[in-house]
Design a protein around this ligand. Structure first.
Ligand code: BG6
Ligand code: BG6
Ligand code: GLC
Ligand code: GLC
Length: 917
């Protein structure tokens, strides 16, 4: 009995001595609670540094956005391939998610070796090897005939700009293949897979192992929002609020951030904590100076740290009687599994002896106790450091959520965490001590990170399918060159048709003579009134033209025309116009003055002279009764009479295209075309009299108002009209009419966009499938909104804000789609308009028998002026379709009122001359 006691006493004394000895030797590795709290604070600062745009480039902890935006919600399904590369084992898997509506995942997998010559050789060969393994797997599992999406778990730091791409920042751990750093890993693998002609695999997602782990665990526990790996390497990811992620546009919801905490300290932030052993280990590693935090923690390094310590202690005579074996001198001889075995609860000491003997040492009882304690200190430090960093993440999560207590789950994986007997317990305990305000559940990922990667792939594959649906819709608006050439040819044919006496009456492009026979020559002068009705604004103007100097002074006032007047009776409309004139005269102090007036009336009128115009039919947003078939000049005169306050001499009625051509022609005599791309769409040009069969005389030229908006009303461009165009047409004031205008002008583009958005929403591709009242409202997308949405200078958030102003509650993804839809619709409009214009310039060139034509087009209209791309695309199209015409586009700065006044001046002069004769 006594002997037993003595033995026990002796042993505990021995143990105490050894422990003291080691503690003294490794005091620097034992971290106090205060130190841990300090590390936790430092890591929090590092996270912020990595998240902010300005500081990210120099941050050691890179905080990489992963483009994984949500944890699984159970709706994921499908069959996927998966690769898991970068941990201690390389695996290829087939994952079946949620078969027959059950929340259930089935996996089949195969391990493949990763020899050093492959993982540290040539990058191309590495990926070819990976592709070969995949091919082998598919062959064994009889999957080669299937087209399967693949999720790649790649456990290295990658900078991602989307889910299916990742640029390797640097190799870590055991890998160091040449020619991969700074390149996209997915492209490498895709290229390598192309060598296997019988394999049809689409890589949809690249995920870090931490992300895979978090997703794996989140499939079973929806509270899981953190993933931690303590294996060969060490790292963590967590769900961060989008509003805190500077590097990704958008502020809605959350995104998983791969912290790459292994690099914590690479900028010297842990200098005071690292020991001489850490420094030595680092120097002998594949990546000196890098992953300094990881090198204090993870499985690849723990054994080596122990070896370096034992060697030093032996050298100092503190172990093995000062003896060292050659194995103890050899790098890598002690591995993490050895450390784990030595720390085993009961057999630990026996294991230690065995391991030391295997290393060629002759350990005493005391040595074994000391060595065991070295292991404990090293692995304890690892758990402490991990706990500190994890505590920082948990605190951030709690603060992001603005809650007192955080209930959360951390998904865990990695061999060190799994095989080390004490590790999990220690880690959990320290975390709970450091963040007492968090109720943390640690959930071990039983099935590795692949299950989670499959969830990510499942979501990606759903997104891809939806993308295809969206692309199918947008494709309807993409016109080929052949289609545009065809439009040009058809427009050309219609122009000719409208000029001929026989066909003129039936023509859809009406080709209306305007009785404007020449451009201003600079001799015009006088004071004129002008009206400008039919565009976005109704304006009354006073125009003073001074001869000789080609200078014009204008005063104008914009008046509103309420909808009920635009669509009321003709009398009401013209009374309102006269009321506005009276206001203007009053405002200008011209009451009672009788001035000549030019009336810009932007609707199709049949003219028999310059001062007579019978309205053929309303277009755009007007539909006042009792006007069609009437002379609008008479209607205006009668309204003036009804008012009986002033008299005006209405000299000319002018289409806005004609007014625009004249405005520009005053400055550039080469301007023989007027184009409006605004609320409506139309064009006029100077035609040789000999070609105008409806008007007598063969000398000189006359301006023809083409009214090309009606192009296609006979069905000739139905092949390029979409169901959305039909919808817009049917909902308009003039169904079946102005089909070309409805595809090209401001008043309708927004409506087409709205129809597409409604359809995409119905298909569940937008606005969470909810069609809001606002989206049902006609006319919400005015030209100015389209122009804003498409502006390149606008960030996504601003687009979203515009949509919100319009009452459309959109996510950032929605905003991207809306912008694309606007782009497709406006692009087609510009191209169609360009094809029309190409038809006219080519006609003019051919009519004059010219090799090359130089001509100026005077342009006006909000679409042309405000839209960021319309004018450019229009011009490019003309250039492509009419390469032999040198077309200059001249923006009309002063509106068509000026032109109308110039026409009035000329007409007045002619009137005068006639009277005098
Ligand atoms: C596995 C995961 O379970 O754990 C891998 O599937 C991960 O994706 C690995 O890399 C990490 O642990 P270790 O110890 O293998 O590096
Ligand atoms: C204005 C002209 O500048 O542009 C009007 O003065 C013309 O006559 C108008 O109708 C066309 O553009 P929008 O976009 O206002 O229809
Ligand atoms: C290394 C890698 C990291 C990975 C971790 C765990 O730290 O850089 O991406 O998550 O190892 O495998
Ligand atoms: C409509 C009108 C036309 C006008 C054009 C531009 O197409 O019918 O006359 O020129 O809009 O405002």
């Amino acid at each position: 009995m006594f002997a037993v006691h003595l033995m026990a006493f002796y042993f505990s004394k021995l143990k105490e001595d050894q422990i003291k000895k080691v503690d003294r030797f490794l005091y620097h590795m034992r971290l106090s609670d205060d130190t841990l709290l300090d590390i936790m604070r430092r890591f929090r600062a590092e996270m912020e540094k990595g998240l902010a745009k300005d500081t990210n480039p120099t941050a050691a902890v890179k905080m990489l956005p992963t483009f994984v935006r949500a944890i699984p919600d159970g709706s994921e399904n499908g069959e996927f391939l998966s690769l898991d590369l970068g941990g201690s084992k390389f695996r290829v898997l087939k994952v079946q998610v949620a078969e027959e509506g059950k929340r259930h995942v089935q996996m089949e997998s195969q391990f493949y070796p990763t020899p050093n010559e492959i993982i540290r050789g040539n990058g191309t060969e590495l990926f070819e090897y990976v592709a070969d393994c995949l091919a082998d797997f598919m062959k064994t599992k009889d999957l080669k005939h299937k087209k399967l999406p693949l999720g790649l778990t790649f456990s290295f730091p990658c900078r991602q700009t989307k889910l299916e791409e990742g640029v390797l920042l640097s190799w870590t751990k055991k890998f160091k293949a040449r020619g991969v750093q700074d390149t996209d890993v997915v492209s490498h693998l895709t290229k390598a897979m192309r060598r296997h002609k019988d394999m049809d695999v689409d890589i949809l997602a690249l995920v870090n192992d931490t992300v895979g782990t978090m997703m794996t665990c989140a499939y079973d526990d929806p509270y899981c929002e953190v993933g931690v790996i303590i294996g060969t390497g060490s790292n963590a990811c967590y769900m961060e609020d989008m509003s805190n992620i500077d590097l990704v546009e958008g502020d809605e919801g959350r995104m998983c951030i791969n912290t790459e905490w292994g690099a914590f300290g690479d900028d010297g932030a842990l200098g005071d904590i690292r020991t001489e052993f850490d420094r030595e280990l680092d120097l002998g590693s594949l990546n000196p100076g890098k992953q300094l935090f990881e090198k204090m923690i993870s499985g690849l390094y723990l054994g080596e740290l122990v070896r370096l310590i034992l060697l030093k202690m032996a050298k100092a005579g503190l172990l093995f009687g000062g003896e060292k074996s050659s194995a103890l001198h050899t790098k890598g001889k002690i591995e993490t599994r050895h450390v784990a075995a030595m720390e085993k609860y009961k057999e630990g000491l026996a294991n230690t002896r065995e391991i030391l003997v295997d290393l060629g040492l002759e350990p005493s009882e005391a040595d074994c106790i000391a060595v065991q304690h070295v292991c404990t200190i090293v692995s304890f430090r690892s758990a402490n450091l991990c706990a500190a960093a994890l505590a920082a993440i948990l605190t951030r999560l709690r603060e992001n959520k603005k809650v007192e207590r955080l209930r959360t789950t951390v998904g865990m994986d990695g061999t060190l965490y799994k095989i080390h007997p004490q590790y999990p317990k220690r880690l959990h305990k320290v975390v709970r001590k450091l963040v007492p305000s968090c109720d943390v559940r640690f959930l071990l990922s039983e099935s590795g990170s692949t299950k989670g990667a499959a969830m990510v792939t499942a979501v990606a594959s759903r997104v891809q399918a939806q993308r295809k649906q969206i692309d199918r819709v947008l494709a309807l608006f993409q016109l080929t060159r052949e289609q545009l050439v065809d439009v040009q040819a058809k427009m050309r044919a219609e122009l000719e048709y409208g000029l001929k006496k026989k066909s003129h009456g039936l023509a859809t492009v009406r080709m209306l003579p305007t009785y404007v026979c020449g451009l201003p020559d600079g001799t015009e002068k006088g004071k004129f009134l002008a009206l400008d009705l039919g565009g976005t604004n109704f304006r009354v103007l006073l125009v003073k033209i001074r001869s000789g100097r080609r200078s014009v002074r204008m005063y104008n006032k914009i008046f509103a025309i309420p909808l009920e007047i635009m669509q009321g009776t003709g009398e009401e409309l013209f009374d309102h116009i006269v009321q506005c004139i009276a206001d203007f005269l009053d405002y200008m102090g011209l009451k009672g003055a009788s001035l000549p007036l030019g009336f810009t009336f932007s609707f199709p009128c049949r003219q028999m002279s310059i001062d007579k115009g019978t309205l053929i039919g309303w277009t755009k947003g007007f539909k006042a009764t009792d006007c069609e078939g009437e002379d609008v000049v008479d209607m205006l005169r009668e309204a003036i009479k009804r008012r009986n306050e002033f008299d005006l001499d209405i000299v000319a009625v002018v289409n806005d295209t004609v007014g625009t051509m004249m405005t520009c022609g005053y400055e550039d005599p080469n301007c023989e075309i007027g184009l409006i791309a605004g609320t409506g769409s139309n064009m006029c040009y100077m035609e040789d009299m000999r070609n105008i069969e409806m008007v007598e005389g063969g000398e000189g030229k006359m301006c023809i108002n083409t009214e090309w908006g009606g192009f296609g009303d006979n069905g000739c461009i139905d092949d390029i009209r979409t169901r959305y165009d039909t919808e817009v047409d049917e909902g308009s004031l003039n169904p079946g009419k102005q089909r070309y205008e409805k595809m090209t002008s401001g008043m309708y583009l927004g409506e087409i966009v709205r129809q597409i958005l409604i359809d995409l929403t119905k298909q569940g591709l937008l606005f969470r499938g909810q069609i809001s009242e606002r989206l049902r409202t006609r006319g919400i997308f005015e030209t100015k909104f389209l122009s804003q949405i498409e502006s390149d200078r606008l960030a996504l958030l601003q687009v979203r804000r515009i949509l919100q102003q319009l009452g459309l509650d959109s996510t950032c993804e929605d905003s991207i789609v809306v912008k694309e839809v606007c782009g497709a619709v406006s692009r087609r409009a510009a191209q169609l308009c360009g094809a029309g214009l190409a038809a006219i310039v080519e006609k003019r060139r051919e009519d004059q028998g010219l090799e090359h034509l130089r001509i100026t087009v005077g342009v006006d209209g909000t679409l042309y002026k405000l839209h960021p791309h319309f004018s450019r695309i229009l011009q490019e199209t003309v250039k492509k379709l009419a390469p032999r015409c040198d077309v200059t586009f001249m923006l009309s700065e002063d509106g068509s009122g000026k032109g109308a006044a110039l026409i009035t001046a000329v007409a007045k002069r002619l009137q005068q001359a006639q009277k005098e004769n």
